[in-house]
Design a protein around this ligand. Sequence first.
Ligand code: ZN
Length: 279
Amino acid sequence: MTTLHRLPLTPPPIRNETLGSYLHRLAMANNRPARSLAALLGPPPIGFSPISDDTSGWTPQSPANLAALTGRRVEKLARALPALASFLAVPCDHPTQLIGRACRCCSARRRAGTASVFTYIPIHQHLCIRHQRWTRATIDIPLAKLPAVLQAQHRLTRLAHRHRSDEIKDAFCSAQKILRGWTTTQLPIDLTPDWNSRLERIRDHPPGRGISSQDQQLVASFPDTVTLTALVLSPPTGSDARTTYLAATTELEDRYARPYNAPGIRDPLYQYFRKSQIA
Ligand SMILES: [Zn+2]
């Protein structure tokens, strides 16, 4: 058996980090190919990448090898790396819903180096509140000039305290679908001034030019997606889809203080209530 030596540079793992992310960061810090480093623990999974979190090729010796390479105790590594904890069958309370990129400022505070860090995050978390940065894009999007986006995240977090993560996920997806339907047909409430104002502030920031238009749109419409998510999670009580829909349009008029030009049965919001009442 080959004795593994500690790598010259061993950044610490970040809490709830994927194995792929940690191994890629170790490899980058030491100027080595990530795949060959991962192979010291066991055959890397097909398509090995920073979001990989697979120990299926590991042997009982693999955790000790990782400890030797990093100069860190297995127990300590397992507290940060859910896949290692799972391999060792030790309790781990990480959120299992989603693998996402951690905020650059948070990663820097934890001495993570320059590579992106991927961790398990709650399904409702779209941004870093502490550093006011949107993290669901290839680069962080500063939100200091977008208070509505920050407030929407707080609202979504409160909803997540009252609903299961699968309910939040489904409601958020339905809300996005309704908004997409509105933008491809006709917006029943004029949200264009709000979206344009937010898009301007995103593009004003120097990194704004590197952000895809799809990501810019997601950020700009996030407050409205969250408003619809809340409506989908707790719709007004109605005897049928039509009365529920009409009550919902009144709620939206009150919230936005703007008229709702109800297009009736063609409205994706009505279609949603009709389908959910049939289901
Ligand atoms: Zn942060």
